[in-house]
Design a protein. Structure first.
Length: 261
């Protein structure tokens, strides 16, 4: 794989300094991370940057982005990302939403149905599962919740190490507190979004690990049925964090889908 050169900067959106990493060239691809935040550099990000202009922001209140005291809803975050794309002069960006980021991506697509390239949702939160419940992170330790996103413990250790650092534990704590601020009641789903998805006008790819212990697979089937032009791909031997556990397979799925295959 060709070495990827990433740039990092802060951009001001709604008076909030948001951290943005960017690499690659081609069609713009906005990647929205999980509720546990994101590692700075992942193999899947480099793989996607071989084909696309990848934009990887930290959600407001997560990671290296400032925390706005006024932020109270996931839809507000979606509006901030619409603002970010407008300020960057980017239209028709494709969206890749990972878990919690999938909820944000779907909100973005519903509010501007024709200003999206394509939509990829991976183990997306945002809809109430018809069967089972979204895993309540308030009931688990930070490590146990993060580990629940993986089918294989070895895959978790590859990303975070056998014993995650104190800095990583602190980051998970910050992410958890922010998630409770904006997605607590009801927990991790919207009561209005299911009724708005019918307006999405672009092809959508719904990706789910067959052993997703964070968001039940029933939610994946619901996403695929609610979005007008969607298909569901189930990745075998994989948990919630498909992009970390099966990075090559995931990058191939995304690249093929963006090429119209």
């Amino acid at each position: 794989m060709v070495a990827v050169a990433w740039t990092d900067k802060h951009v001001d959106v709604a008076g909030v300094k948001m951290h943005l990493s960017r690499a690659g060239k081609g069609a713009p691809l906005l990647v929205l991370h999980h509720d546990i935040g994101t590692l700075g550099r992942l193999p899947v990000y480099d793989a996607l940057a071989q084909h696309f202009d990848v934009l990887l922001p930290h959600h407001p209140g997560y990671g290296k982005s400032e925390r706005p005291a006024w932020l109270r809803s996931v839809r507000d975050v979606a509006v901030m990302y619409r603002w970010l794309l407008a300020d960057l002069g980017i239209s028709q960006a494709s969206l890749v939403g990972l878990g919690f980021g999938g909820w944000i991506a779907a909100e973005m697509a519903s509010m501007a149905p024709r200003d999206v390239g394509r939509l990829v949702l991976v183990g997306a939160m945002g809809l109430k599962p018809p069967e089972g419940d979204i895993l309540d992170q308030a009931l688990l330790s930070y490590i146990d919740y993060a580990m629940a996103g993986f089918h294989a413990p070895k895959a978790f250790a590859t990303c975070y190490g056998e014993e995650p650092t104190t800095d990583q534990l602190e980051q998970w704590d910050i992410c958890r507190e922010m998630s409770f601020r904006i997605a607590w009641k009801p927990y991790m789903y919207s009561q209005t979004l299911p009724h708005l998805l019918g307006g999405v006008r672009v092809p959508s790819l719904v990706v789910w690990g067959d052993d997703d212990r964070v968001v039940p697979l029933s939610a994946g089937h619901l996403w695929a049925s609610r979005l007008p032009d969607a298909r569901l791909e189930i990745v075998k031997g994989c948990g919630h964090c498909v992009e970390m556990e099966k990075p090559d397979a995931f990058a191939a799925l995304v690249t093929s889908f963006m090429d119209g295959r």
